[in-house]
Design a protein around this ligand. Structure first.
Ligand SMILES: Nc1ncnc2c1ncn2[C@@H]1O[C@H](COP(=O)(O)OP(=O)(O)OP(=O)(O)O)[C@@H](O)[C@H]1O
Length: 290
């Protein structure tokens, strides 16, 4: 990994009144790596991004972009796609592009056929998938050294999502650093490194395997899966259903067996590695400590 740091935070905290949206978070992104920012709704991901971009001022701690305090100059070295996309809905696709390119003194990019086909349509009249594609194209137009993408594939169909991730990997392969928030675990798996946030804090960091560690889940095998789910739920165990697969993260097999036996259900209980999503729920269940 390179020593160059594109963007970083050092114990950064943002409070709104008595509410702490981002709590002493330290992180960084380096050239060519894709860093995934994960966490439930309200975990503080967008707040952290806005701190890193200089859009909100830290209450405590500090952030740096390209080695300095974020400002207009550092902004011109990064491409940012916010959750709301930041497009002008009442301008055409072409007008949005020329506006953004003028701001960054960048040449107009070559458009993908799908975008070129709607070049003269108002942005507010094209679909969300195309709008996301446009926002991404605009973010890349000035060849940024860092891409910051806040839920770039939310509401996008699987094919468009795969295409966007292809483009993200292309950028990283060319040395661009990428910071991306996502709710999709399949996308998290495409990141080189993950940062998990919960209640404003960074609660875990590393690869998917490092974050899952030795956390396990119990998988319950029975044709009476619906009854098993109901019984485990009634026993207030953290049961989830994936298709017809009944699973319980971080729960001892004996506890699961006992609850099923009490309900008169015969089932095979296997202990298997937890998924990343399950690990996240386990972390979210824990009381805040350090
Ligand atoms: N300007 C603000 N004033 C008060 N509270 C705020 C403000 N901005 C964010 N918050 C609160 O801070 C918390 C973190 O919000 P944030 O948008 O960073 O979460 P998130 O992880 O990005 O969530 P999501 O996945 O839903 O986008 C939320 O409870 C939110 O309501």
């Amino acid at each position: 990994m390179t020593d160059t740091v594109l963007i970083s935070s050092d114990q950064v905290t943002k409070r709104y009144g008595s509410f702490t949206a981002c709590d002493t978070v330290t992180m960084d992104v380096r050239p060519g790596e894709i860093v995934g920012l994960l966490g439930a709704n309200g975990a503080g991901k967008t707040t952290l991004i806005r701190l890193l971009l200089g859009l909100v001022i830290p209450t405590e701690g500090s952030v740096a972009a390209f080695g300095t305090t974020p400002d207009r100059t550092t902004r011109s070295r990064l491409g940012y796609v916010p959750q709301g996309l930041g497009l002008w809905q009442t301008l055409t696709v072409a007008e949005n592009i020329s506006f953004a390119c003028a701001a960054f003194q960048a040449p107009a990019p070559t458009l993908e056929p799908a975008l070129a086909a709607v070049e003269h349509r108002l942005v507010g009249e094209i679909g969300l998938g195309l709008q996301r594609q446009l926002a991404f194209t605009i973010a890349l137009a000035h060849h940024p050294e860092l891409l910051v993408l806040d839920e770039p594939t939310s509401g996008v169909d699987p094919l468009a999502r795969a295409r966007l991730w292809d483009a993200v990997h292309d950028q990283a392969d060319q040395g661009t650093g990428v910071l991306v928030t996502t709710h999709y675990m399949q996308e998290a798996q495409q990141c080189d490194r993950l940062i998990l946030m919960s209640r404003g804090r960074r609660v875990a960091t590393g690869t998917e395997a490092e974050i899952i560690g030795d956390t396990t889940a119990c998988e319950v095998e029975t044709p009476r899966w619906a009854d098993a789910f109901a019984a485990l739920d009634a026993a207030t165990l953290p049961v989830t259903l994936n298709g017809t697969r009944v699973r319980l993260a971080d729960t001892p097999p004996d506890t699961v067996h006992q609850a099923l036996t009490n309900a008169g259900i015969n089932a095979r209980v296997r202990e298997v590695p937890a998924t990343l999503e399950e690990k996240m729920t386990v972390i979210d269940r824990q009381p805040t400590t350090t």
